[in-house]
Design a binder for this molecule. Sequence first.
Ligand SMILES: Cc1cc2nc3c(=O)[nH]c(=O)nc-3n(C[C@H](O)[C@H](O)[C@H](O)COP(=O)(O)O)c2cc1C
Length: 198
Amino acid sequence: MKALIVFAHPGDDSFNHGILRRVTAACERQAMDWRLRNLYQINFQPVYSSEDMRRIEAKQVSPDVEEEQILVTESDLLVMIFPVWWWAPPAILKGWIDRVFTNGFAFHYKEKGPVGLLRGKQAVLFTTTRESVQEMKTAGYDQLITRQIAQGVLSFAGFDPVIHKNFAAVPYVTAAERSRMLQEVDDTMSSLRLPLTV
Ligand SMILES: Cc1cc2nc3c(=O)[nH]c(=O)nc-3n(C[C@H](O)[C@H](O)[C@H](O)COP(=O)(O)O)c2cc1C
């Protein structure tokens, strides 16, 4: 299995980095061929520009977008790891989606509606929040990332299955709870099935 890991955290030793270490260790254990796109480290340019728009209209993409699209095409598994910021991914990852998942690459429109073009691939999202599960439920925010990114982006583009695990209240939980969360990362990675054929 080929895995593409897309990581969006600006720090250098956060809980998200702990998740990343467990994901890469799991990829090694499972003998996956994996690539990491650490978006802050590669200084990914996340703004969908007027140049991008002109290129899309001409059915082309910028070289940096093409590089990412090749990595997505070559992978069977996409793993995204990010903290939730304002109930959304960090802007650098939102911009990666805006620029990379273009019409004609990630989906296209047929008479009956949109069709995902990234079929035969699976995706896993690991996210973290400051708020607890109960706080998110009370405010009606608990399904926002699942709806926006897992379903609205990845299922829409054809990924199946799409697994989303959010680790809540990470700044406040005990060390034991953090280790349980990291164990859940391992369990999720080892539950992945072999690549589908399209
Ligand atoms: C710009 C910004 C916006 C944030 N917005 C939210 C939010 O909407 N909901 C939430 O629960 N936490 C929010 N947080 C807190 C982060 O999600 C939390 O600090 C992070 O998940 C902890 O993981 P880390 O230790 O790996 O950084 C925000 C943090 C920042 C910096």
